[in-house]
Design a protein around this ligand. Sequence first.
Ligand code: MN
Ligand code: MN
Length: 478
Amino acid sequence: MESKNAWEKYSDKELKKVDKFAEEYREFLSECKTERECVVRFRELAEKQGYVDLQDIIKENKKVKAGDKIYAVNKKKGIILFHIGEKPLEKGMNILGAHIDSPRIDLKQIPLYEDNGLALFDTHYYGGIKKYQWVTTPLALHGVVALRDGSVVELIIGEKEDEPVVGISDLLIHLAAEQMEKKANKVIEGEALDILVGSRPLAGTKEDKEDKDEKESEGKDGKAAKEKVKANILHILKEKYGIEEEDFISAEIEAVPAGKARNYGIDESMIIGYGHDDRVCAYPSYAALAETKKLRKTGVCILVDKEEIGSVGATGMHSKFFENTVAEIMDRMGDYSELKLRRALYNSKMLSSDVTSAFDPNYASVSEKKNSAYFGHGMVLMKYTGSRGKSGSNDASAEFIAELRGMMDENDVSYQTSELGKVDQGGGGTIAYILANYGMDVIDCGIAVQNMHAPYEVISKADLYETKCGYKVFLENA
Ligand code: MN
Ligand code: MN
């Protein structure tokens, strides 16, 4: 039994739609590289579509009714969108869920230091990465610095053509005899992921300098006088962004691959870029909900943070934010009770959308060919994830999968089934099991990716398009 290649079914008209959606997504991926940036963008897009902030609805004591479009933002790092359906919420919602955090290199709380005339940022990586992939590649810094006065400075360095980039060095091959003997997880160690940000001492007039040297040498250890490269970086940060060294304590700055996502392949059938995991599911989830006109059941799109480090914390899927938001909406509909909330959650259905591994001829040995996902074969349905005997997996029910098969076939959506690699080869987790705790039907679903968690990941445009279509079919028919 084989799934078909979606490219073969498209008419010229459909091909145009595939390309148009891929272009929209490529632009989004190029611009939105952190969870915060994703939330800002989705909020803007949603407001244009007539979505209203739940906080405003509560403040103005407004009612919510069928047809209303609402969003709720969680601490600038997560957003949930609701398109209210005709049926009472108690009857359940159709939910699309994806995460908007991606593996990256975060700055430490005290990051900046100088070593032999070089200024560097010390880092602590976020999520599961092969550390050796992140060296010798141009990086950009994205993030926020929260100041004591309550203001928040937003900062992006390294995305515009005329802006500098930063990066992490690797050892030259000529001196790497010892390094090359090491195991891959030791070749580049976590503490060697420091980012080079400067090499030029603070400039000034000769008189300035003499005056300054005198003052600085009065410092505790005389160190300050020598650290002129670091001083210069601090000087630039103060000039451009108004931030001081101690402000890094309350900052969140992420180093991510610099530059735009690109079309990939001579046939331009794919996209290479940073952060497909899991923005390649988040974007079509939003787009599918935005396209729905009238819904029987309430359609929901959950875009959440912290999946890459276990869905923990106030902005991860484990937080009560989703549940609380549903309660608020039921209250605004004049239909809240604890029991009705429980029923709404229990009666819901969900496509928990995340990326899976795409079959790769270079590494065919880790995949079992019948149960692998292939580029171009459409949306992927994964009954289970997990590892070592499905451990940690949400094992979707046969009945729920049958229902999905039926609606996808009826609407000519290309889909395939897969599992993440051979049994005993490894595995992974998603947010699926967390929502399944409410008793709702949840299945892992999503898009196949090559180079997952590398600085540059690859997806197929046909898969992106089919998945968006599949999400819409689910919202309208489940
Ligand atoms: Mn993911
Ligand atoms: Mn991931």
